[in-house]
Design a protein around this ligand. Structure first.
Ligand code: SAM
Length: 318
């Protein structure tokens, strides 16, 4: 299928497999980078919350997005004309890539029509709709006939697919020989809280993290996967693996408290019925608008580790 130019009312391409609203994800997930509550998974509210997390993450860590796309551009070299943003979400990567590669168009791929509609709307608002196409498809089922792409950017998306090997085979087929795949992932839930953040519940965040790890192991088995091995197994040559610890501390930008709020609120939903009720109540105290609310504190330290793998489809293969 051919990607179509963005349009707010028709974000998917002609012939794209339609998704029932609310059925676009295979898992309930909660890694702090925009994963849904199990109870409202796939609903418009969950999509809105996901969009909010993604945009706040990009705002808070804008410097990282700038530096990571610069790193990828350095590996990609000149003459980049077609970039694919795989699992594009709200398009933070799409728009960063458009800026980074002024001569390129970007195809934003996602299995969520709501996300693609947001991207199409933003592209139009920014006057960039002639450089952005959207493609609604499941990354596990190939990239809709895209071929000859110079670069595929997959940020916090590949761990969602049911079968990474199948997805990587589809990406490889979409790349031109010599084309590049950049896989960006984060190490689970970001850290926010000081040890004594919740009165009477020291170590709250660490216990939430452990509970989330248990959920992830069952529900998002490819989160934290060894992408270097998977990339090599897909016939791609891994050229770079880069780990970057990020930290934001006081004086905090306004986005820090809001980011902590939306992430912790989603985690509270995910852990409902899983975590100790006293811990859930303590999380509630951090989200209730009162004196301990994370949106009003200046003692948060936002820490998150980002990983990047850059791999190339060998140039001498057809
Ligand atoms: C955590 S968000 C990351 C969004 C964006 N890349 C970023 O870094 O801000 C994951 C995105 O992947 C999409 N996604 C999940 N599973 C997918 C699949 N199987 N095929 C295509 N997109 C998928 C989701 O709809 C969501 O927009």
């Amino acid at each position: 299928m051919t990607p179509t130019p963005s349009h707010p009312h028709a974000p998917g391409p002609h012939g794209a497999a339609p998704h029932a609203h609310g059925a676009q994800h295979g898992h309930d997930e909660h890694d702090g980078h925009g994963h849904a509550h199990p109870h409202d998974h796939g609903t418009a509210a969950a999509q809105d919350a996901l969009a909010t997390v993604l945009d706040l993450d990009a705002e808070l860590f804008a410097g990282y997005l700038t530096s990571v796309t610069a790193r990828v551009a350095g590996a990609a070299g000149d003459g980049i004309t077609h970039v694919v943003d795989l699992g594009a979400g709200t398009g933070t990567g799409t728009f960063a890539l458009l800026e980074r590669f002024p001569g390129a168009r970007v195809t934003a791929v996602d299995n969520s029509p709501e996300m693609l509609a947001l991207i199409a709307e933003s592209a139009r608002a920014k006057g960039l709709d002639d450089r952005v196409s959207t493609l609604e498809t499941d990354a596990g089922a190939g990239l809709g006939g895209i071929e000859g792409a110079d670069l595929v950017w997959a940020s916090a998306s590949l761990h969602h697919v049911d079968d990474p090997a199948a997805a990587l085979a589809g990406i490889r087929a979409a790349l031109r020989p010599g084309g590049l795949l950049a896989v960006a992932e984060m190490d689970g839930m970001p850290h926010f809280l000081p040890e004594d953040a919740a009165p009477g519940r020291p170590g709250l965040e660490e216990r939430c993290r452990e509970a989330l790890d248990g959920l992830h192991a069952r529900q998002v088995p490819h989160l934290g996967a060894d992408w270097a091995a998977l990339l090599a197994g897909a016939g791609l040559t891994v050229e770079q693996e880069h780990v970057e610890p990020l930290e934001v501390r006081a004086p905090l930008p306004p986005s820090a408290g809001r980011y902590a709020y939306v992430v912790l609120d989603r985690i509270r939903g995910a852990l409902d019925g899983v975590a100790d009720p006293a811990d859930l109540a303590a999380l509630g105290v951090l989200l209730d608008g009162g004196p301990h609310d994370v949106r009003h504190r200046d003692d948060l330290v936002v820490r998150s580790t980002r990983r990047l793998w850059v791999a190339r489809r060998p140039a001498d293969e057809g």
